[in-house]
Design a protein around this ligand. Sequence first.
Ligand code: BGC
Length: 396
Amino acid sequence: MKFQYSALLALAASAYAAPPTQSIKEVARQASAGCSSAVTIDASTNPFKKYTLHPNTFYRKEVEAAVAAITDSSLAASAAKVADVGSFLWIDTIANIAKVEPAIADVPCTNILGLVIYDLPGRDCAAKASNGELKVGEIDKYKSQYIDPIVTLLKAHPNTAFALLIEPDSLPNLVTNADLTTCKDSASGYEEGVAYALKSLNLPNVVMYIDAGHGGWLGWDANLKPGAQGLAKVYKAAGSPKQVRGFSTNTAGWNAWDQSPGEFSTASDAKYNKCQNEKIYVDTFAPLLKAAGMPNHAIIDTGRNAVTGLRKEWGDWCNVAGAGFGVRPTADTGDELADAFVWIKPGGESDGTSDSSATRYDSFCGKDDAFKPSPEAGTWNQAYFEALVKNAKPAF
Ligand code: BGC
């Protein structure tokens, strides 16, 4: 995932552990899977008031393996608690669709399983770290081998509730990085792909949020309206699907929720961006989305935004050194437009490799404020995870 600046515009940005043998707790969790009848999510209300974001089994296993590798017993005890925090599961390749079925197995009726849909052709067009498996032009493959099988799976589990984040940083890139050849080439596939995903995944047991970057990206004066119109255009192209609830922020790059003055408010270009914290961004972007004809409630990733003052530039998105786990998932946001704080990026999974000889090496991952060494995007970085635990606010 990525970002960068262009003129006034800022921007930004799994391996999982081998399954341990099933614990008694795990068997008990599985026994509690699903509701006794079909789930219908009313996307005109806040689904996170009704459902708790599920601590998915894949992240749980990553965390459990990480805890086993920690020798400091007090840190290990804190880290172990992370396994119980709800977070989204990323379906970042066709092969990883195989994670969905096992992830559904332990979701109780009170919980909602969060999934990130992330495999567009020409993915991560403004950066390299998360370039995906599908090439520009492979839209038919995206539809038939990626989206369609996910639709089949979600339909096969009507008694489970799902929250989907649709394609992080794709539509924001079309607003701020449209001048890059890679983004120009990807544009029609992104729009067609996101519209297809929204239309096809419009199922009663699903609620969807479309990624809208963060305040340091689409929050710039020049980006707000085009950003809202860009999302609404694709939403309408999909036939205005009923199960779309709004947008999601703070995953591809992040900010504190309501720190005031905002972290970058003394920067020389701050006068061009009124969205100096994520709350202002949500409250500013939402009315524009509504005016453009799209539902406008937000979920905000607080998985890594506990510590500020770490980045040299707002657009620095890769493995920010010193970051800490933030507020745990909750529907108690104090803002009617903000449905929930959620954990979307699984803390401990890398944003990108710091190995400058790697094909997907992005220079943002080599910056002074990026943690090094870091492995390939999506793979586990034990030292980074431990730092997130140590720097967590609230503390674990
Ligand atoms: C990576 C994905 C990964 C996701 C969550 C992205 O930056 O490209 O492969 O699943 O982060 O860690």
